[in-house]
Design a binder for this molecule. Structure first.
Ligand code: GDP
Length: 454
């Protein structure tokens, strides 16, 4: 759950209130929590240890300036250090520098070799990169598949390459990967391609033959970029895979795929640390345009589960319905649970606001990534569907969503005319919102209410 770490952090921030300085003892409480949370997010132990040591050093030397409490200052340090660890900053760097896109500084064709396990998203990413290079960098791009074990993979690359508007070089399962590579390279040279993207075979687990083969490909192709494609949902396994590929190949960059999923993205931290290669891109959907230049700052917020929730709620409640905003604030204040009725109120207020788009960038990265994809009318339709689902629930269910088990879910789904998955999604979203509400108790919302005289 994305909010686990920030729940803990905000508790510690509270506990540290009234303490004027960051000291050896108050910092270690907090760092214990950070450590646990990172381990839960599947970050490798040595990486966690290093990280904690660096944060501690920075925190103890830090000036707690202005109105910041030591707790808040620490959260800031943890956040910045996370971004720096995942970003392009060198060992001395304190802020994350954005990573340069792809290096194409080679005698054309610049070769980009894709490495990773089967299912990591290599083929999809190859096509996404082709499109990126065509659209953003105006390059002439050729793709080729060296996956001679799965004819379907060659066909898949052909299809997605066409979608990307690039050219595809045919290969067959009868050929040797190194021969395919030579032929494609030759074709690319003769036809003046700027870039050759080489997709490779991945196995379900690391094996020596696979590694030998990709090393051979690397020797034949002399790529300017060797990208390690890794599934962000892979967790601890990602670490072993990263180790194996780093030992086999001089990796120049990482593509972290499936960041549109629910994982906290802790893999980014360890894969970056273990390979030493910068994370260049993030895959954020199955679609051809679902590729973003990796943003370490934003990803750090995701790992921490923070976003400008307070600002979001302020905006939602500001102009609209003061009565229900006050009711909500009172609930938060009294510690009474935020339930599905309140969630429904919020949905309705959002709908009334109309301007959904500027709310989106106030959400935590993970939620915003989901929301950002949708166009606004879809977002509005989505709200109506959610309203429909909550309206199909009994009052008892809305007050105590935990009683909604399989049978109730089926009834609610039927009532609202949606699939059970959609009910599940709504319940999950509600849980996230509830988590945020808990965090705000006595925080931003109350301040906002005071400012408005509420
Ligand atoms: P390969 O075996 O490494 O070539 O992996 P594929 O490119 O075939 O991808 C495996 C599966 O992951 C496919 O169903 C892709 O659509 C999906 N996939 C790849 N990248 C992403 C991503 O960024 N987000 C999502 N949601 N799915 C992805």
């Amino acid at each position: 759950m994305a909010s686990a770490l920030s729940d803990r952090l905000s508790r510690i921030v509270k506990e540290m209130r009234g303490q004027a300085r960051i000291t050896e003892s108050n910092v270690s409480d907090m760092l214990r929590e950070v450590r646990m949370a990172l381990l839960e997010a599947d970050v490798a132990l040595p990486v966690v240890r290093d990280f904690i040591a660096r944060v501690k050093e920075k925190a103890l030397g830090a000036d707690v300036v202005g109105s910041l409490t030591p707790g808040q200052a620490l959260v800031g340090i943890v956040n910045r250090e996370l971004a720096a660890t995942m970003g392009g900053a060198g060992p001395e760097g304190s802020a994350a520098r954005p990573v340069v896109d792809l290096n194409l500084a080679a005698q054309p064709p610049a070769v980009i070799l894709m490495a990773g396990l089967q299912g990591a998203g290599k083929t999809t990413t190859t096509a996404k990169l082709a499109r990126h290079l065509i659209e953003k960098r105006k390059k002439k791009v050729l793709t080729v598949s060296g996956d001679v074990y799965r004819p379907a993979a060659i066909e898949q690359l052909k299809t997605v390459t066409a979608q990307a508007g690039a050219e595809w070089f045919p290969s067959t399962p009868e050929q040797k990967p190194a021969d395919i590579a030579r032929a494609a390279l030759d074709h690319a040279r003769r036809h003046h391609f700027d870039v050759l993207l080489v997709d490779t075979a991945g196995r379900l687990a690391i094996d020596e033959a696979l590694m030998r083969e990709i090393r051979e490909l690397h020797a034949v192709l002399n790529p300017v970029e060797t990208l390690f494609v890794v599934d962000a949902m892979q967790g601890q396994d990602a670490i072993n895979t990263a180790k194996a590929f780093k030992e086999a190949l001089p990796l120049t960059g990482i593509v972290l795929t499936k960041l549109d999923g629910d994982s906290r993205g802790g893999a980014a931290l360890s894969v970056r640390a273990i390979t030493g290669a910068p994370i260049k891109f993030a895959g954020v959907s199955e679609k051809i345009d679902g590729l973003e230049v990796f943003d370490a700052e934003r990803h750090a917020q995701r790992v921490l589960g923070m976003g400008d929730i307070v600002a979001l709620v302020e905006q939602v409640t500001a102009g609209v319905d003061m009565a229900s905003a006050q009711k909500l604030a009172a609930k938060v204040k009294s510690g009474e649970g935020f339930d599905l009725n309140d969630f429904l109120d919020q949905l309705r207020q959002m709908k009334q606001m109309g301007g959904l788009s500027n709310l989106l960038d106030k959400l935590p990265a993970q939620m915003a990534a989901k929301a950002g994809e949708a166009d606004l009318s879809r977002a509005e339709k989505d709200i109506r569907r959610k309203e429909g689902i909550i309206c199909s629930m009994t009052l008892a269910e809305r007050r105590k969503p935990e009683i909604i088990k399989a049978t109730r879910k089926r009834r609610i789904a039927a009532g609202a005319g949606v699939h059970v998955q959609e009910v599940n999604r709504l319940l999950k979203e509600f849980e996230q919102m509830q988590g945020m509400m808990k965090k705000m108790k006595g925080g931003g919302l109350m301040k906002m209410m005071k400012r408005m005289g509420g």
